[in-house]
Ligand binder design. Structure first.
Ligand code: CNA
Length: 352
């Protein structure tokens, strides 16, 4: 299984954003010119569990978790907290998605009703995914920039989930945060850029689509906030924020996963549907003995179809789930102080 996951991750890494797993794999294969459909890592692992009569497979009802095998105790949120507090876990990797930013007011993609997928009519797109497709962008960049205006850094503030990760870093126990988010709230919360892998790119930098000249977010801000398409002063090409579109390669630093994940002693996954490859497969890239904690509204990815004995699931609102962990850690007061200081700093900045 480990080799299955790592080999699929090491093939040219292209974003198959917005697609369900099976669609994503088909798309990757056609992009790579291969003639056969292979299973995406998720499907592969589920099939493997079924074939091997895994104890986690519950016939037609799918996989379920049970209270550990012989000699294995089912872990709880409190166990995870105890091990973080006692510094048994010193190299924590965090994986995050749009769900950690919905409490800040930014819609995710897939939540029924409130998600962006259900609210793209105003952009007059042929289909929802077109907003992140290069061909469509070259034909009509306006819908993307309308969305960019909404998501542009500065409009929203980080919430407790972002500050929890910063506190983990302050304690010296964060190995890296891998985020799919493009809203920049991790940076705004004070998580240092070298602690972050922004797997789907960032609005912090941009590139001219014609002459490849590099720009900073501030260079584009006036155009984006005015609702006009930013153009390169040198060649008049359209400047595209460095957000990864369908078929584009992921940033180089995504490959840090090759050294980070084998070193991790705890993986926390929060606010993601784990439906976008290759990011989703990172959930299987930690060692088999490493606990994985999912904090999310729904059961997703391997937590739904092939749970490991030491996996822990905290279902419900992500802020409530992280708060429960913080309380169990005894870090509540420290986090409150951190957030109060950040709020004060933000207020002073607004006044200026
Ligand atoms: P997604 O597919 O929309 O899934 C979000 C997940 O979070 C779902 O499982 C939700 O149930 C869950 N969720 C949402 N709100 C909450 C909440 N308050 N509490 C608990 N769970 C919650 O988003 P993914 O990140 O998994 O998909 C990856 C896409 C989304 C990436 O390409 C991102 O760039 C893209 N995206 C990013 C942003 C952003 O930067 N804030 C916003 C929208 C989409």
């Amino acid at each position: 299984m480990a080799s299955l996951v790592s080999s699929s991750l090491m093939s040219p890494v292209r974003l198959c954003c917005l697609y369900l797993c099976s669609r994503a794999s088909r798309r990757t294969l056609s992009a790579n010119g291969l003639g056969q459909r292979s299973l995406c890592p998720g499907e592969g692992a589920a099939a493997l569990c079924r074939q091997t009569n895994s104890p986690w497979w519950n016939g037609s009802r799918g996989f379920f978790s049970r209270g550990g095998g012989a000699g294995e105790e089912q872990q709880t949120l409190e166990d995870i907290a105890k091990n973080i507090r006692e510094r048994q876990f010193k190299r924590v990797v965090v994986m995050a998605g749009a769900g950690i930013s919905t409490p800040s007011g930014i819609p995710d993609f897939r939540s029924p009703g409130s998600g962006l997928y259900d609210n793209l009519q105003q952009y007059d797109l042929p289909y929802a995914e077109a907003i992140f497709e290069l061909n469509f962008f070259h034909h009509n960049p306006n819908p993307f920039f309308a969305l960019a205006k909404e998501l542009y850094p500065g409009n929203y503030q980080p919430n407790l989930t972002h500050y929890f990760v910063r506190l983990l870093h302050k304690k010296g126990q964060l190995l890296r945060m891998y985020t799919q988010n493009i809203d920049g709230l991790e940076r705004l919360a004070g998580i240092p850029p070298d602690m972050l892998v922004e797997a789907h790119g960032t609005f912090a930098t941009a590139t001219c689509t014609a002459c490849l000249r590099k720009y900073e977010a501030e260079d584009l801000r006036p155009d984006i906030l005015r609702g006009t398409v930013p153009k390169c002063p040198t060649c008049k090409g359209v400047i595209k924020p460095d957000i990864v579109f369908f078929g584009e390669e992921l940033p180089h630093h995504f490959f840090k996963y090759l050294t980070d994940f084998p070193l991790a002693d705890l993986l926390i996954i929060m606010g993601t549907s784990l439906e976008v490859e290759p990011f989703a497969s990172l959930a299987g890239a930690v060692r088999g003995s490493v606990p994985r904690l999912l904090i999310n509204r729904d059961l997703v990815g391997p937590f739904a179809w092939c749970r490991r004995p030491q996996d822990v699931v905290q279902l419900g609102d992500v802020v409530g789930g992280v708060q429960a962990l913080v309380d169990a850690l005894g870090w509540t007061q420290e986090l409150d102080v951190l957030m109060a200081a950040a709020a004060e700093k933000a207020a002073t900045k607004t006044e200026e």
